[in-house]
Design a protein around this ligand. Structure first.
Ligand SMILES: NC(=O)c1ccc[n+]([C@@H]2O[C@H](COP(=O)([O-])OP(=O)(O)OC[C@H]3O[C@@H](n4cnc5c(N)ncnc54)[C@H](OP(=O)(O)O)[C@@H]3O)[C@@H](O)[C@H]2O)c1
Length: 271
C-alpha cells in the first residue's frame, strides 16, 4: 500500500489514456494505476517508464476492464496497491467496439455478442468500475470521475452506430452518477473531444488515409488542424483542479468546434 493520491486510468497503454496517465503524474503528482489487456505491450512499458521517471508510482494491471469479473479483480489489485480513499481521479479511456450496420442483413450486421461487448467496453464498465470503487471505499474526498466521448452523437458516421449508442448510454450513466455521488462531494463528468491521432488509428489506416483524415480535420476544425492527445490530457489535469469543481453531470465540449462547419462544407463543397 502507498501514500499519496492515485489516478486510475482504464486503457492506459495507448492513445488518450496513456497521455492522461503521464500528464497527471507529472502535473498533479498522482500515482497511476493503469489497466489494459496487453495488446500494446511496448507502449505500456513506455508509459510505465515515463511515469516512473516523474518520481510517481505506477502499477500497470493487465486484465479485461470491461466485464464484471475483470472489474472486481482490477479493483482488488487497486485496493492492495493504493489503499482506501486514495483515488482522486478515475478516467475511463477504453476503446473497443464493433463497426458495422444495424440492418444490412449481411455480415456487417451487428450480432448480439458485438452489441454486448461494445456496450460493456464503452458504457457499462464505467458504471461497474464506479460501483467497485465505491464498494471498496477507494474514492478520495472530492474525487473526479471522467468518461470520454466524441462528437459522433451529433453528426453521425454511417458504420459507428453501435459505438455511438454506447456513448449515449455512457452520457446518461454520467448524469445519474453525478446525482448520486454529488452529495458525497465527488464530481462525474463526460469530456467530449474530436479526432486525435493515436497509435490505434495509425495502425488501422494507411499513411495516405491518415493524410486524408488530417486534411479533412484541418478543413472541419476552425483552428485548421487536428486536436492532440497531449491537449486532451492537459485539459483533464485542469479538470482535477478545485476551481472547476462546479462541473458535475456535464458533457464538456472540448471539440474545438469540430462539427460547426459541416453543413457549410457539404453545401459549398466544390463539385
Ligand atoms: N481517438 C480519438 O480520436 C477519440 C476522440 C474522442 C474520444 N475518444 C475516446 O477516448 C477513449 C480512448 O480512445 P483512444 O482512441 O485513445 O483509444 P486507444 O488508443 O485505442 O486505446 C484504448 C485503450 O483501451 C485498452 N482496452 C480496450 N479494451 C479493453 C478492455 N476490455 N480491458 C482493458 N483495457 C482495454 C487498450 O489496451 P488493450 O487493447 O491492450 O486492452 C488501450 O490501452 C475512448 O473512450 C474513445 O471513444 C477518442
Amino acid at each position: 500500500m502507498s501514500t499519496g493520491q492515485w489516478a486510475v486510468v482504464l486503457g492506459a497503454s495507448s492513445g488518450t489514456g496513456a497521455a492522461i496517465a503521464l500528464e497527471v503524474a507529472r502535473s498533479r503528482e498522482f500515482n497511476v494505476f493503469g489497466v489494459h489487456r496487453g495488446r500494446y505491450l511496448e507502449q505500456a512499458q513506455r508509459v510505465e517508464q515515463d511515469v516512473a521517471a516523474t518520481g510517481r508510482r505506477i502499477v500497470m494491471h493487465r486484465g479485461d476492464a470491461a466485464i464484471p469479473e475483470g472489474v472486481a479483480q482490477g479493483a482488488d489489485a487497486l485496493l492492495a496497491a493504493a489503499g482506501p480513499r486514495s483515488v482522486k481521479l478515475f478516467v475511463h479511456s477504453l476503446a473497443s467496439g464493433s463497426v458495422g450496420h444495424f440492418v444490412s442483413g449481411g455480415e456487417e450486421q451487428f450480432h448480439p455478442k458485438q452489441v454486448e461487448r461494445t456496450f460493456n467496453a464503452m458504457a457499462h464498465s464505467f458504471l461497474y468500475w464506479i460501483q467497485a470503487l465505491v464498494a471498496r471505499d477507494l474514492l478520495a474526498p472530492q474525487a473526479r470521475l471522467l468518461g470520454l466521448t466524441n462528437p459522433l452523437t451529433e453528426s453521425l458516421l454511417h458504420n459507428t452506430g453501435l459505438i455511438t449508442a454506447a456513448k449515449a448510454a455512457l452520457e446518461i450513466y454520467v448524469r445519474h452518477l453525478a446525482l448520486e455521488l454529488g452529495p458525497k462531494g465527488h464530481r462525474v463528468n463526460l469530456l467530449k473531444f474530436g479526432t486525435v491521432m493515436t497509435p490505434a488509428l495509425q495502425h488501422v489506416y494507411s499513411p495516405e488515409a491518415l493524410a486524408k483524415l488530417e486534411a479533412a480535420h484541418a478543413r472541419m476544425n476552425p483552428s485548421g488542424r487536428m486536436c492532440t492527445v497531449e491537449e486532451v490530457a492537459r485539459f483533464v489535469s485542469v479538470l482535477v483542479g478545485e476551481d472547476v469543481d462546479w462541473f458535475n453531470g456535464a458533457t464538456i465540449d472540448f471539440t474545438g468546434g469540430m462539427t460547426l462547419r459541416l453543413l457549410d462544407l457539404v453545401l459549398n463543397a466544390p463539385r
